[in-house]
Design a protein around this ligand. Structure first.
Ligand SMILES: [Zn+2]
Length: 124
């Protein structure tokens, strides 16, 4: 992949990273606001626990996304971006365009998903 294309993906990833960092803050602020209202109205502790759980789950999902993006940016720095970490073949640019954090080419991704028992994609 030429340097110009790599730079294109670096920008995509940087933008994604910014967007997800913003998400984490927004989601947590919203959930905290909600629980504040509930607490003053009815002091419903179980509901507060539910909200905490939601915050935690959102945080976990976003943290994983951010970690994936971080790793992709690191691969760009190391010059291994766009290369399947499993078989060493190039990942198609079409695939990277759809998912710049992809670590595997389509073939390896399918194999790994088959090994892992076809987990459904995350719904969040
Ligand atoms: Zn591969």
């Amino acid at each position: 992949m030429n340097r110009k294309r790599v730079e294109h993906f670096r920008q995509l990833l940087t933008e994604e990273l910014r967007r997800h960092s913003q998400h984490v803050r927004d989601d947590q602020a919203t959930v905290l606001e909600l629980s504040d209202d509930r607490v003053t109205d009815s002091v419903d502790l179980s509901l507060m626990d539910v909200n905490k759980e939601i915050t935690w789950r959102l945080g976990e999902h976003e943290s994983k996304m951010i970690a994936d993006i971080d790793q992709a940016l690191l691969r760009i720095k190391e010059g291994t971006f766009g290369i399947c970490v499993r078989c060493g073949k190039s990942i198609s640019e079409q695939r990277l365009e759809a998912m710049p954090t992809a670590r595997y080419d389509a073939v390896c991704q399918r194999l790994l998903e088959a090994e892992n028992g076809n987990e459904p994609p995350p719904s969040l």
